[in-house]
Design a protein around this ligand. Structure first.
Ligand SMILES: [Zn+2]
Length: 170
């Protein structure tokens, strides 16, 4: 390993450092010894002053992917992960929007429900089904019919109090 690069042209040193950096980037955390050797070489080429570690600059591996030569900030694995997460979010967004649009289209295509008819719907329908005569009061709707009055449903009372078909109702 060249420990004194002083005589070498700068461009050659730079190329060598770049090549070493590429090698460093191929090391994962299990290859820390190799990473350290490469780092030592880079340090010596750059002629860095002695630091607190007796001249050693400790290579750090990325906390995300475990490879040397870059930090989390520049991690290609993390970047890819984030892009995938973003894609998933966008997909979910698109799906949700499609569902809403489909539901709205379905609602628009459905024929409007007919207005409520107090003479045939709700309570009146139940009375008709159970053969119970009833009258329709404007504010209340269908209520039990009383013998002797005119009824609005399918049934009425005859003079003997028996439930018979109401001729008034069609
Ligand atoms: Zn990384």
């Amino acid at each position: 390993m060249g420990r004194s690069p002083g005589y070498r042209p700068k461009a050659a040193v730079r190329d060598e450092v770049l090549a070493l950096r590429a090698l460093l980037a191929e090391c994962d955390s299990s290859q820390w010894q190799r990473a350290q050797r490469i780092m030592d070489h880079i340090t010596s080429l750059l002629g860095k002053p002695t630091g607190p570690m007796n001249g050693k600059v400790e290579p750090r591996c990325c906390k995300v992917c475990g490879y040397f030569g870059h930090t989390k900030q520049w991690c290609p694995v993390l970047k890819q992960r984030e892009e995938r997460a973003m894609d998933r979010l966008l997909d979910e967004d698109r799906e949700l929007r499609a569902k809403i649009e489909a539901a709205e289209a379905e609602r628009a295509a459905r024929p409007p429900s007919p207005p409520y008819n107090p003479y045939t719907d709700g309570q009146a329908a139940t009375f008709n089904e159970l053969r119970i005569p009833f009258t329709v009061q404007p504010d209340i709707g269908a209520i039990y019919g009383v013998r002797g009055e005119k009824h609005d449903g399918l049934w009425t009372y005859d003079s003997a109090g028996r439930v018979v078909t109401n001729s008034r109702a069609s």
